[in-house]
Design a protein around this ligand. Structure first.
Ligand code: TYD
Length: 143
């Protein structure tokens, strides 16, 4: 049976190559990141109570890493099943497959959330309505 998209979400741990000078953490596309990286963006100086994301992507896979501070990521599937991940270590990330609904929230004041993406930005592949997301997945599962 095909895996539910939520089951494909996974935590990633990156090796710490630091020494007495400090920490060094390396992420490499198609190596410890499960896709070739085409886009990088970061979310910082987020105001209190802000919720970001609130969308699903038709094609793009992501890895989210709080390189400083902390935030939470809630992932929801079409049946409303939820998974909440706390990101608070620079050597830990979460892999999000395509077609999961995601929300990022509870950003600490010092949060720098690094996002690695498998695709270039294309607003047409963003699904910004939860109802549309549910409908699309139901159609795909029935067809
Ligand atoms: P938005 O989708 O609200 O970001 P998030 O998913 O983090 O909540 O994006 C905010 C704006 O930035 C919106 O106008 C689209 C633009 N944008 C790009 O041009 N390229 C990108 O890679 C991203 C993530 C956003």
């Amino acid at each position: 049976m095909e895996k539910n998209n939520l089951e494909l979400v996974k935590m990633l741990n990156f090796p710490q190559l630091g020494d007495e000078r400090g920490e060094l953490i390396v992420v490499e596309g198609a190596q410890n990141i499960p896709f070739e990286i085409k886009r990088v963006f970061y979310i910082c100086k987020t105001l209190e109570n802000v919720v970001r994301g609130q969308h699903a992507n038709l094609k793009t896979e992501f890895v989210l890493i709080n390189v400083a501070g902390s935030s939470k990521v809630k992932v929801v599937d079409e049946s409303g099943n939820e998974m909440i991940v706390v990101l608070n270590k620079p050597n830990t990330g979460v892999y999000l497959p395509k077609m999961v609904w995601k929300e990022m929230y509870d950003f600490s004041e010092d949060s720098v959330l690094l996002v690695l993406a498998s695709e270039h930005y294309d607003p047409k592949e963003y699904i910004r309505s939860f109802d549309d997301y549910k409908k699309l997945l139901k159609e795909n599962n029935n067809g």
